[in-house]
Design a protein around this ligand. Sequence first.
Ligand SMILES: [Fe+2]
Ligand SMILES: [Fe+2]
Length: 444
Amino acid sequence: MKNLGIRTLALPALVCCLSLSMTGQTPGTGATATAEAPTTGASATPDHVTLTWTGDPATTMTVTWRTDATVEAGFVEYEKGATLSGKALRAPGTAHDFTSDLGTARVFSATLTGLTPGKRYAYRVGGGDRWSETSSFETARKKVDRFKFLLFGDSQAPITGDAPFGLWRRTALRAIGENPDARFMVINGDLTDWGLMQAHWNAWFAASRGIIDRLPLMPVSGNHEHYGSRKVSRQDYYLEQFTLPANGPEGLRGQAYAYDYGPVHFVVLDSQQVEQRQQGDILTAQKEWLERDLAASKAPWKIAFFHRPPYGTKLNRDETEIREAFCPILERHGVDLVFNAHDHGIARTPPMKSGVAMKKPSEGTIYLVVGQSGGKTYKDNVRKEFHSFFYNPLDQTNYWVLEVSKKKLAVRVLKLDGTTIDSFEIDSKGNFKQKEQLQEKKAA
Ligand SMILES: [Fe+2]
Ligand SMILES: [Fe+2]
């Protein structure tokens, strides 16, 4: 059963590949690739500028960007304030060549260190007379008592049409516009439809411009990061293009990692064992790492992200292997919330412990499925026996807003038009409080 998803993908993958090569288009890149000479879409002018953290959010920022392979050196110019003057500091980027199905590009990244906490910095990337637009970011305060972050489900979409990933862009811009105080964002896997086809990433990065170069993105790897025109393989394009904390298990760096922001310890896991059978067992190393990582954290709140849901919404789909691997460890170490994706439904369990629903959040872990920020939906999402809330977001994309303080964790998921789908709080005493909730419409 588990391999069915991959087998059924083989045909659309081929069709997709054929249609691309026949039209000679590189959708969403602004570049035209000819059948004779496909291009990466990169040029000597930087693009794909992305903010992540690989260090302390108060004093560091990691910037990643792309050029073509002619560019020898790249820098980040940065300066406190909203604009760059002639006094900007300069940090050199380290480069690696990234070869995709469209050829070889160069990916640069630099981690700015020694930044002042709680300050806005202007920055641009490039060198010589080739620079990105000036953008800006804000460092975390030294002591964060409360903060807000944004969470999105699968942004995957076809890359046909005039505005590939347009729904993702609209959803992200709406979420940021409504929450200008959000400090960073998470996408819970399946960023693109075909993660081993660079045209998809070019379209995704083009749609994410002005978003991920202003707000750090801490992404999660999903199964679609493994799919290409001819193969299911390691999520190399994802790993090559995002610079992520290198504190995960040996051999799985970037696929699993952890970071802290204020009173929260965040862990990110890779649930794509099905796609990585050929690489062997990716779960045992993560389990050992997760056990150690969670045991070492004294953070008041713990939140985990991974793509495949242990308590999912899709009919006839059950991620037993992932549930058995990760849930006992997450629950033993008091992880408060686990966010999953993949099923494109929205759901929440009661606090769970060893498969049993508990009364209070302090007694178990709440598992949530986060819906989608792109156009893909599933009609066969259903409420299952373990769900205390379920909604199938067939009509609109959605986004999550999480407000955290030491005493309270407030969670809200909204439709693109601002309608609240579910909203609740848990507090440090272990209580659960339901806020607004949209009632599921019965099928006609
Ligand atoms: Fe998905
Ligand atoms: Fe998925």
